[in-house]
Structure formats: C-alpha cells, structure tokens
Design a protein around this ligand. Structure first.
Ligand SMILES: C[S@@+](CC[C@H](N)C(=O)[O-])C[C@H]1O[C@@H](n2cnc3c(N)ncnc32)[C@H](O)[C@@H]1O
Length: 212
C-alpha cells in the first residue's frame, strides 16, 4: 500500500484502535490521495465517500480505492457541498492547516493541500462549524491538526459546533519542510516561539451528543 504522510497515519492508528470504521458509513473530507478513505474501507466500513476540492485529488482517491480493493465514492467540491443532506457515522479530516504567509487561501495549485490562511484555521473552523449537520446520531469526527493551528482553539471550534471533542493522540516532532521554510515569519507573528522548531500532531476525536 502507498505510504501516506505521518499526520494521516496518526489518525489511522486512532481509527483502527477504536474500531471506528467497522460497519460505518464513512465520509473523508479533504481526502487528497484518499489514504484515510482507503484505510476506512480496509477496516470494514459499510460505505466510503471522499470529498476534495481538487478534481485531480478526487480522481486519485477513486483510483487508490480501486488499487486497494475498496470502493471509494469520490466527489469533487468544497467541504460538505457534494454531500448536502447526507449523514455519516464517521467523518475523517486532514485539513490544510499550515499558517499562510498571505491573507488569502489559494484557489488552485498544490498549495491548496496545506495553506490554512493567516492562522492556519480557515478550513479547520469552517469544517468544525458544519460537520455536525453531517453526523448520524452517535456519530464521530476524527480530525488531525498541528499544535501550531491551536489545540485549545480547535477544541473550542468543535464545541461551538455542538460536539464533545478530546485529544485522542499526540506526536511531537520536528517542523515539516513547509513550516520550517517560513519559521522566521511565523515567529514574527507569534505563531512560533523564538527558536521553536518542533510541533505536535494532534488527533482529535469528537462525538455527536445526538441520539437516535
Ligand atoms: C492535507 S491534504 C489531505 C491529505 C490526505 N489526507 C493525504 O494523506 O493524502 C488537504 C486536502 O484538502 C483539499 N482541500 C483544500 N481546500 C478544500 C476545500 N475547501 N474543500 C475540500 N477539500 C479541500 C486539498 O485539495 C488537499 O487535497
């Protein structure tokens, strides 16, 4: 199987350890290569839907599903737009969360995979505010973000979205190459402490309080 980035692996470990995908209708938003969608299928999901704003990523997720023996319904669009009115037992997300140097999110190109806006939170917050509308009763959200994006802020955004979140796993490591390259700019903006060259990857699990 293809090797996904470490933040996605951390999320897959939690999904497996908690048996969250087994028998579940799974939605993977921000699917990219489709690694989370494929992993959910291999863990016994009842159905797997994957969404990405990039046409190429949606195609990639569909093909990776096929190559790995999993049917992935891959849709192109912004966040939950392609699944309007649908609900899922498990929603997974590895959103773009790197704090950007500029104010605007890119509207095309590879940068869309990582640029999260000035504080890295634009897509994390939009996702957190709307994900509950797509959860079935008792459903679960699994999201991976960096500590640079704000642990407390992310938990608060999910709480404001009507969910009960907690950190399920964390992993400290050196800054990735994209953040390293802009570390001094992020220091000047107070998003990195002076000399800080480490970040934590956080996997957040959030439950819907709704019951059937
Ligand atoms: C961090 S990458 C996902 C990585 C993926 N989990 C993997 O391991 O391959 C984020 C993805 O979000 C997609 N994306 C960015 N903005 C989006 C939006 N508004 N709606 C849906 N997908 C979006 C990007 O195209 C990119 O594929």
């Amino acid at each position: 199987m293809f090797r996904p980035p470490s933040d996605s692996w951390l999320l897959v470990d939690v999904m497996r350890a908690r048996g969250l995908a087994r028998g579940a209708r799974v939605l993977d938003v921000f699917t990219g290569s489709g690694v989370l969608a494929v992993a959910a299928g291999r863990e016994g999901a009842r159905s797997v839907t994957a969404v990405d704003v990039s046409r190429r990523a949606a195609l990639c997720a569909r093909v990776n599903g096929r190559l790995n023996g999993t049917r992935v319904r891959a849709l192109r669009g912004d966040l939950f737009e392609p699944v309007a009115g649908e609900r899922f037992d498990l929603v997974t997300a590895n959103p773009p969360y790197v704090p950007s140097l500029g104010d605007e999110l890119p509207d095309a190109g590879a940068e869309r995979a990582w640029e999260g806006g000035p504080d890295g939170r634009v897509l994390v917050d939009r996702f957190s505010a709307r994900v509950r509308d797509h959860l079935a009763p008792g459903g679960t959200v699994l999201m991976v973000v960096s500590s640079l994006t704000g642990e407390d802020e992310t938990l608060a955004a999910l709480r404001d979205g009507g969910l009960a979140p907690e950190v399920a796993a964390r992993h400290r490591g050196p800054l990735g190459p994209i953040v390293s390259a802009r570390a001094e700019a992020l220091e000047r903006r107070g998003l990195l402490a002076p000399g800080q060259r480490e970040e934590e990857m956080l996997v957040i699990v959030a439950q819907s309080g709704d019951t059937a």
